[in-house]
Ligand binder design. Structure first.
Ligand code: ADP
Length: 447
């Protein structure tokens, strides 16, 4: 039984977990930095503890402070949210050895899947298609040339410890390969302390499709269908939707089954996202597993009616999933727009500051997950997302129409937000027809 949970995070995801706790009769404990005293996640939790200074390295990443708060509050479990320590296997281990259930996978599963080259090998072992590439890490440039010739240029060099697009480089020919290799290695070494890289064929015009999976400790592994997250800027997702508008039904079944095989093979429990790229012929290739809840989980909740955070908590408590695979049905279409405090007319420059006035849209099919309110000051220290506008309607066309009217209703005064940019994307023929790939935003809006 879990009676009290500490949320090792901030903002909307902390609030999202607090809401699930309240509905389940579970106590909630927030942690916050000095910059977040006025955040709604602090106000709405049953208890809250300050864990340090504004910079995340002085607060939300301070493992000892977070564990101390958990001890003082007497919680049973810790939910890591996304970002910060969510995929830190050491934090996961420390939570458990300090006597707190970690609401996520085991540290071992997290560690294995966190290394992309290992995850790639596990995909191959579980008959999950991967992009043709090197068999392991690249030891020397001569081998790299041989492999690149075999798989065909252009090739993509990827960091095994990679994340957020760091340590990733495209090489178009033999000449550019060795420069790209050393750049990728240096960048990866600096960002992750691990310069290991591997090669993949560069897939042209890819779509990003990912599958939500959740597993309990009784051997039940279920998928909750896919999300399409092809609307990205510099590998950052801006709009996500479910189901994917472009995947044929037979491919959809295959990709979901492949994701389940991957998670079962990794002996993984709790929520995970298996990410794929899909080429213009609808072939899908595994790219990575995210061993945590994701920002875009609400679109899956809307089409399935399943509360993913509550399921995460149940699974962590050792209970079985509350549903079986055959109970999971996809109903209607859901779209999420990430509302960021950024100026879309100034190259998406962050625009923190005080929100003077605010009106949040409502009406049929509208959900807004956010921690901000009129009078709240968006701090400059963290990522710029201030909320997620999520729409669920019977069809994709209706969801787009409702999203457009909700974006118009949304009023935020005092700071710039990305609502006007979303409205432009939602009118673009490529998006309307579901033909867009991950380069769509850069090609159509930023060049
Ligand atoms: P990271 O963890 O650094 O974000 P990913 O492996 O998730 O890296 O890839 C990020 C993005 O890079 C993908 O969403 C996709 O748009 C692009 N990408 C990844 N692998 C390939 C590939 N082999 N060919 C073309 N694009 C790719």
């Amino acid at each position: 039984m879990i009676k009290k949970i500490l949320i090792a995070n901030r903002g909307e995801i902390a609030l999202r977990v607090i809401r699930a706790c309240r509905e389940m009769g579970i106590g909630s404990v927030a942690v916050y930095s000095q910059a977040d005293v006025d955040s709604m996640h602090v106000k709405l939790a049953d208890e809250a503890y300050c864990v340090g200074k504004p910079r995340s390295s002085d607060s939300y990443l301070k493992i000892d402070q977070i564990i101390a708060a958990a001890e003082v509050a007497g919680v049973d479990a810790i939910h890591p949210g996304y970002g910060f320590l969510a995929e830190n296997a050491h934090f996961n281990e420390v939570c458990r050895s300090s006597g707190f259930e970690f609401i996520g996978p085991s540290p071992q599963a997290m560690e294995k899947l966190g290394d992309k080259n290992t995850a790639r090998s596990m995909a191959i072992a579980n008959k999950v298609p991967v992009v043709p590439g090197s068999d392991g890490l690249i030891d020397n440039d001569a081998d790299a040339v041989e492999i690149a010739k075999k798989i065909g240029f252009p090739v993509l060099i990827k960091a095994t410890a990679g994340g957020g697009g760091k340590g990733m480089r495209v090489a178009v020919d033999e000449q550019s390969l060795s420069t790209a290799l050393s750049q990728a290695r240096t960048e990866a070494e600096a960002a992750f302390g691990n310069g290991g890289v591997y090669l993949e064929r560069y897939v042209g015009s890819p779509r990003h499709v990912e599958v939500q999976v959740i597993a309990d400790s009784h051997g039940n592994v279920c998928h909750l269908f896919e999300r399409d997250c092809s609307v990205q800027r510099r590998h950052q997702k801006l709009i996500e939707e479910a189901p994917s508008p472009s995947l044929p039904e037979d491919r959809r079944i295959e990709i979901c089954e492949a994701a389940v095989r991957m998670i079962r093979g990794a002996e993984y429990t709790n929520a995970a996202t298996v990410e794929f790229i899909v080429d213009t012929d609808n072939n899908f290739y595994f790219i990575e597993v995210n061993a945590r809840i994701q920002v875009e989980h609400p679109v899956t909740e809307m089409i399935t009616g399943i509360d993913l955070i509550k399921e995460q908590i149940r699974v962590a408590a050792g209970e079985k999933l509350s549903f079986r695979q055959e109970d999971v049905k996809c109903q209607g279409a859901a779209i999420e727009c990430r509302i960021n405090a950024e100026d879309p007319d100034k190259n998406f420059q962050p625009n923190p500051g005080r929100i003077e006035k605010m009106f949040v849209p409502g009406g049929m099919g509208v959900r807004f997950d956010s921690h901000v309110y009129a009078g709240y000051t968006v701090p400059p220290h963290y990522d710029s997302m201030i909320g997620k506008l999520i729409i669920h309607r019977p069809t994709r066309a209706e969801a787009i129409a409702t999203m457009r009217r909700a974006l118009r209703e949304m009023q935020v005064e005092g700071i710039c937000t990305t609502t006007s940019f979303h409205d432009k994307v939602l009118q673009h023929p490529e998006f309307l027809e579901g033909r867009h790939d991950t380069k769509f935003v850069e090609r159509e809006f930023l060049s």
